[in-house]
Design a protein around this ligand. Structure first.
Ligand SMILES: Nc1ncnc2c1ncn2[C@@H]1O[C@H](COP(=O)(O)OP(=O)(O)O)[C@@H](O)[C@H]1O
Ligand SMILES: [Mg+2]
Length: 304
């Protein structure tokens, strides 16, 4: 965690150093439409393998079932697997967008489940380390997805400037952990970094406890984390709910279908529905949309 925190401070310092530059000269800003109102939800964890992709995809389905137009963007640049989970082999993915061969809109694919996805570029680590200009273009591309009601961004585990940009700009930043001590420690680590680096940020930080034995375990894990975050970081974290450790999840993963589809009545599905109902009730005061997201990401990065 120490290393990650150090790395992050460096990234954020660079970001702050370039602050104060003209925000109005943003090339992206001119393209921002007033109707740009997609609610952006990021799903992040400290530790890998705790359920980000399952939550992203199944949450998308639950939102779709209550009539929302949802896009899942696979921004896990190390282990992109949203398409694998849906048994799809899109011809193009973010790699082609990065290479400027395709636009995001062109690579957006509809699934048979009533949600659309933007496939990630697995193993293409250059995306994570891309240069300033490419990064701007890439995020500008993302804006073309703003016709969705909800964009769920499945990010990489842990800390990178890429992940942090998404988290910072999101309307809701969902942190997912399991009850495992290592997962909790890493989740707390990422919350701490968010708190330190974005002190005045009024973001909706939300917690999901995955693979819990039941409501009591979920609540106790969440209570501990929320108390520590409040006490030591002065950060408000909302508990969104837990998801049962449920064999239906791994069965669905093997079938390459969302568990909300293979087993809509299983314990995990019911839990995801509750989480989505809660999110739908507690909308952020004002959905900032992609335009705001872009300005937030690049606002401090313009050169002169
Ligand atoms: N609620 C759950 N119950 C049982 N197994 C789960 C649950 N959530 C995740 N898993 C298991 O963990 C694996 C990793 O989940 P995944 O969503 O791919 O994690 P991440 O995207 O964070 O790496 C899944 O393939 C599944 O086998
Ligand atoms: Mg994943």
């Amino acid at each position: 965690m120490e290393d990650q925190a150090e790395k992050l401070r460096e990234i954020m310092k660079r970001k702050k150093d370039s602050e104060g530059a003209s925000k109005d000269s943003l090339p992206v800003k001119q393209n921002v439409k007033p109707a740009d109102k997609a609610r952006i939800i990021t799903v992040t964890s400290g530790k890998g393998g705790v359920g980000k992709t399952n939550l992203s995809v199944n949450m998308a389905l639950a939102f779709a079932r209550i009539g929302k137009k949802v896009t899942v963007l696979d921004a896990d640049l190390g282990l992109a697997n949203v398409n694998v989970m849906l048994n799809m082999v899109p011809k193009y993915n973010l790699y082609h967008v990065m290479k400027k061969q395709k636009t995001i809109r062109e690579i957006l694919v509809e699934t048979e489940y009533g949600i659309s996805i933007v496939a990630g570029a697995s193993g293409f680590s250059q995306i994570a380390n891309m240069g300033e200009e490419d990064r701007k273009l890439f995020i500008a591309e993302l804006e073309t997805l703003s016709n969705a009601d909800i964009i769920i961004i499945d990010t990489s585990a842990g800390v990178s400037s890429n992940v942090l940009d998404f988290i910072a700009a999101a309307d809701d930043a969902v942190i997912i952990t399991t009850p495992e001590p290592t997962a909790i420690t890493d989740a707390y680590g990422i919350i701490k970094i968010i708190a330190t680096e974005y002190d005045s940020l009024n973001m909706g930080l939300k917690l999901v406890v995955n693979r819990a034995k039941g409501a009591a375990e979920g609540k106790s894990v969440a209570d501990r984390m929320i108390n520590i975050a409040g006490q030591f970081l002065n950060l408000k974290v909302d508990y969104l709910g837990f998801i049962y450790d449920d064999t239906s999840v791994s069965h669905a993963v093997l079938k390459q279908k969302p568990f909300m589809v293979t087993d809509p009545k299983c314990k995990a599905s019911i839990c995801v529905q509750h989480i989505v109902e809660r999110m739908n009730r507690n909308k952020p005061d004002e959905v900032r949309g992609f335009g705001a997201m872009l300005r937030k990401i690049f606002g401090g990065r313009e050169e002169g």
